[in-house]
Design a protein around this ligand. Structure first.
Ligand SMILES: [Zn+2]
Length: 385
């Protein structure tokens, strides 16, 4: 029997439909990995806007609560019953705003890709979480973590490290309302407005690539400048694996403006910042290095008052208390002169994993991003997820 032209056309489109359906990411569970970033925390209200159609759903149950054509800038506040948006009170502790047809969503005037969840947080404040696919998230991170004027291989190395860190955090935080914060305590994220053409190219080029060690993703820490040698992660956190063992002699960051630093501080100010937890009996008179670790960084410091009473504090805590932008690393010596201390140090950051200025130095010398990653995370492998 001969097929009519209509039948042939129908079968052709039916075939196309089947192929499309069977190969769809949804069918094979390959939905893009979503990252949840806390973009604002502990604020009393927030301004939300959507330049096109959108839907509000309950963030816990996904039940639809409202649909709108667009949303001109509107305040979201906390009420005893739930969350209030433009005169409407949603009786839930969290809702998600889903822009449709790629409508731009802005939170406090900042443009984000993906969806935005608003949580009623502890103490009546608001937590805003941007939910977006992993690749878009990395695009919003790179510009803040590395210069888009740097050579491509340095940017690619940073893209893989940042993606690895995000995937690790997603696993570690799965029971929480978000995976990462948008500040330096995770990795700095600025949303759509932070995207640059060159950094986006580095993300696309390394699409889906992450680092693994013995088949497992690990927190691929990075920092600005190691100052000569990378740090062992176990000095700071409870993690002891080969790629984060540190002690990599790095001369690649010598050109970094953060290679050497100096921080003068009077003992009175230091003592004031120490607070009640590290209170000495009397007035702080002396501060000295008690112990250094295998990379030469300070592990502990000794503080003494005029009576000779003393206390020991870890350099990690001391740096956090005095300000990590003041005491830029734990690789320092202390000069004392009549009640004034001068910290003279090397490097900026904790020193674990990839040295960003070192990655710049390596890429200038012709090393590829894979070689850079192998140098700073030895024993790890790059896999595509
Ligand atoms: Zn370095």
């Amino acid at each position: 029997m001969k097929m009519t032209r209509h039948k042939r056309v129908f079968l052709f489109f039916f075939f196309i439909f089947c192929v499309g359906f069977l190969s769809s990411d949804r069918l094979f569970g390959k939905e893009p990995l979503k990252i949840r970033v806390a973009v604002f925390r502990g604020i009393p209200e927030v301004i939300l806007a959507v330049a096109g159609p959108f839907e509000i759903v309950d963030a816990r149950t996904q039940v639809s609560l409202y649909r709108g054509k667009d949303l001109s800038p509107a305040k979201v506040t906390v009420t005893p019953e739930g969350l209030k948006l433009k005169g409407m009170v949603f009786t839930t502790d969290a809702f998600t705003c889903l822009p449709k047809k790629q409508a731009a969503i802005t939170v406090n005037n900042r443009h984000y890709r993906g969806d935005v969840s608003i949580f009623k947080d502890e103490g009546g404040s608001i937590l805003i979480v941007n939910i977006l696919d992993l690749e878009s998230y990395i695009k919003g991170v790179l510009y803040h973590e590395i210069s888009h004027r740097w050579p491509m291989d340095a940017i690619k190395a940073q893209a893989v490290a940042a993606r690895t860190y995000a995937v690790y955090q997603k696993e570690a935080m799965k029971l929480k309302d978000y995976d990462l914060t948008a500040d330096t305590s995770s990795q700095v994220y600025g949303g759509y407005e932070s995207e640059k053409r060159k950094t986006n190219r580095a993300v696309n080029f390394t699409y889906g690539e992450i680092l693994r060690y013995q088949g497992r993703v690990f927190p691929a820490y990075f920092h600005a400048t190691c100052g000569g040698v990378t740090e062992n992660a176990s000095e700071l956190w409870k993690i002891d694996i080969v790629p984060l063992k540190g002690e990599r002699a790095c001369s690649f960051c010598l050109e970094s403006p953060h290679y050497y630093w100096k921080a003068p501080a009077d003992l009175k100010t230091i003592q004031k910042k120490m607070g009640a937890r590290y209170a000495l009996g009397g007035v702080l008179k002396n501060i000295s290095v008690a112990e250094r670790n295998s990379t030469g960084r300070v592990r502990t410091l000794e503080l003494k008052d005029e009576q000779g009473a003393s206390l020991i504090i870890s350099a990690k805590d001391f740096r956090a208390i005095q300000g990590s932008d003041v005491i830029r690393s734990t690789n320092f010596t202390i000069l004392l002169d009549e009640g004034r201390a001068t910290f003279v140090g090397k490097g900026w950051g904790h020193g674990v994993g990839l040295c960003q200025w070192g990655a710049l130095g390596m890429s200038k010398k012709g090393y590829t991003y894979k070689q850079i990653l192998e140098f700073y995370y030895p024993g790890s492998e790059i896999v595509k997820i």
